[in-house]
Design a protein around this ligand. Structure first.
Ligand SMILES: Cc1ncc(COP(=O)(O)OP(=O)(O)O)c(N)n1
Ligand SMILES: Cc1nc(C(=O)O)sc1CCOP(=O)(O)O
Ligand SMILES: [Mg+2]
Length: 207
């Protein structure tokens, strides 16, 4: 499967009251990967919401990943995104199997990306590239990193952090495969605007 295009990530606060309608609107516009990101410890709600997202993803042919939680990913038979403090990659790969998509946060570090590749990651994620409303304190990354990453890491590259339609094009031009976006996609006031933004993010990959 080619990992290239929009990588939509949910945010439980931002999507409160419009969770499934905004996610479906994004899928309508085209989403390569969808990540369920919920930082609460409400296990029952997390399971319910992740199951609902999986049903939607199956209808639209989109791959679902769970943020942080390899056990929940295994329960649903989907992928997982792991940060540097979310547990090691190797056991997650063993748990989820060879086909599962597993992503790894690498901040601005080529060393972390090489390690993730050697431990079986499916893609590496660099960020934060811009000011992020969602995660203002995330370590900063710079576009100069992309060229070295392309040369040294033979995996799809996801970029994240404050990405909007106004600033995303240079990241794609520098070799990003996946634009991972929360606020720049789901911060829209209407479902129609979410769909329009999703289409416009994907259009950046058509050369
Ligand atoms: C695609 C993608 N890239 C990076 C992250 C951040 O992961 P992490 O550092 O574990 O931070 P949290 O998202 O868990 O707060 C991500 N989720 N997705
Ligand atoms: C979850 C996350 N991780 C980041 C990192 O740099 O690792 S930045 C970030 C927030 C992404 O949301 P938005 O598109 O609203 O900025
Ligand atoms: Mg995490």
């Amino acid at each position: 499967m080619t990992l290239r295009g929009l990588y939509a990530i949910t945010d439980s606060q931002l999507l409160a009251g419009r969770f499934l309608s905004h996610v479906e609107a994004a899928l309508e516009g085209g989403v390569c990967l969808l990540q369920y990101r919920d930082k609460s410890d409400d296990a029952a709600r997390r399971l319910r919401e992740a199951e609902a997202l999986l049903r939607l993803c199956e209808r639209y042919g989109t791959q679902l990943l769970i943020n942080d939680d390899a056990e929940l990913a295994a329960r649903l038979g989907v992928g997982v995104h792991l940060g540097q403090t979310d547990g090691p990659l190797t056991p997650a790969r063993a748990l989820l199997g060879r086909q599962a998509i597993i992503g790894s946060t690498c901040h601005a570090s080529l060393e972390l990306a090489q390690q993730a590749a050697s431990e079986g990651a499916s893609y590496v994620a660099f960020g934060r590239f811009f000011n992020s409303v969602t995660k203002p304190g995330a370590p900063a990354a710079n576009v100069d990193l992309m060229e070295q990453a392309r040369a040294q890491v033979k995996l799809p590259i996801a970029v994240i952090g404050g990405i909007t339609l106004d600033n995303a094009a240079p990241l794609v031009a520098h070799g990003a495969d996946l634009l991972a976006v929360i606020h720049g996609l789901f911060g829209a006031d209407s479902a129609q605007e979410v769909t329009r933004r999703a289409r416009a993010f994907n259009a950046l990959f058509v050369s």
